[in-house]
Design a protein around this ligand. Structure first.
Ligand code: ZN
Ligand code: FE
Length: 253
């Protein structure tokens, strides 16, 4: 059976460890030590590393891990990412025999150029694209690219489990509530998130369905959200204008 475990790293990162029997694959290891500890404690061997994008909190553990386990690093080659050994392009399929899993590779610009996500039935490894009730910042590319990438992920089946790279849900939900004060799903999620965090449990993974119901970045056609932004001066209520205004407000919130 395939299991997916969160290894907390750095401030608020999750390194996802996919494992089947004694085989393991690490996703976005921004730090090596917690991964090495986990592998040792659980008698696992590292077989591969997956990389969504080149930000330091997603790649800084790769070199040290490869000093111990000389494994392939699957990701999108980029001049500023020297760690990738196996280049992936949009539309590629990546088969990992040791896990008996196959990922479709989707290119999702808007956070960083060359950001990719890994998609298998019921599983989305999305790096810094979607966070609980939020999305990654628009460092490279246009807001239109970011919105388009988010829309493609929102189109995945409702029950897809989303494994993002940061624990940001509790931090994002007050903004979601400010956008839609009368959305009962957001209120329910705040209560559930508070319960999980009090128990020191991750709020990740979550489903695409939950994000579509509560994440303002995926709700730019919600009448209440549009009304909130209109009250703040928005005139163009097209989806991209709403998204752009939403992101600008988020930066100041
Ligand atoms: Zn990032
Ligand atoms: Fe990150």
């Amino acid at each position: 059976m395939l299991t997916i475990t969160a290894i907390p790293a750095l401030e608020d990162n999750y390194i996802w460890l996919l494992r089947r029997e004694h085989h393991a694959v690490a996703v976005d290891p921004g730090e090596a030590a917690p991964v090495l500890d986990y592998l040792r404690e659980n008698g696992l061997q590292l077989d591969a590393i997956l990389c969504t994008h080149r930000h330091h909190d997603h790649v800084d553990g790769i070199e040290e891990l490869r000093g111990v386990y000389n494994v392939p690093v699957h990701g999108r080659s980029h001049p500023k990412n020297p760690h990738i050994t196996h280049d992936l392009q949009a539309g590629d399929r990546l088969r990992l025999d040791m896990l008996d899993i196959e990922f479709d590779i989707l290119e999702t610009p808007g956070h960083l150029d060359g950001h990719i996500v890994f998609i298998a039935p019921g599983i989305l490894l999305c790096g810094d694209m979607i966070f609980g009730a939020g999305c990654g910042r628009n460092f490279e590319g246009t807001p239109a690219q970011l919105l388009h990438s988010l829309q493609r992920l929102a189109a995945l089946p409702d029950d897809t489990q989303v494994y993002c790279a940061h624990e940001y849900t509790a931090y994002n939900l007050p903004f979601a509530l400010a956008c839609e004060p009368n959305n009962p799903d957001i209120r329910r999620r705040i209560a559930e998130t508070n319960r999980l965090r009090e128990e020191h449990q991750p709020t990740v993974p979550f489903t695409i369905a939950l994000e579509k119901a509560t994440n303002p970045c995926l709700r730019c056609t919600s009448p209440e959200l549009i009304q909130t932004l209109r009250a703040r001066g928005l005139t163009d209520t097209g989806e991209l204008a709403v998204f752009t205004a939403l992101r600008a407000w988020r930066e100041r919130f």
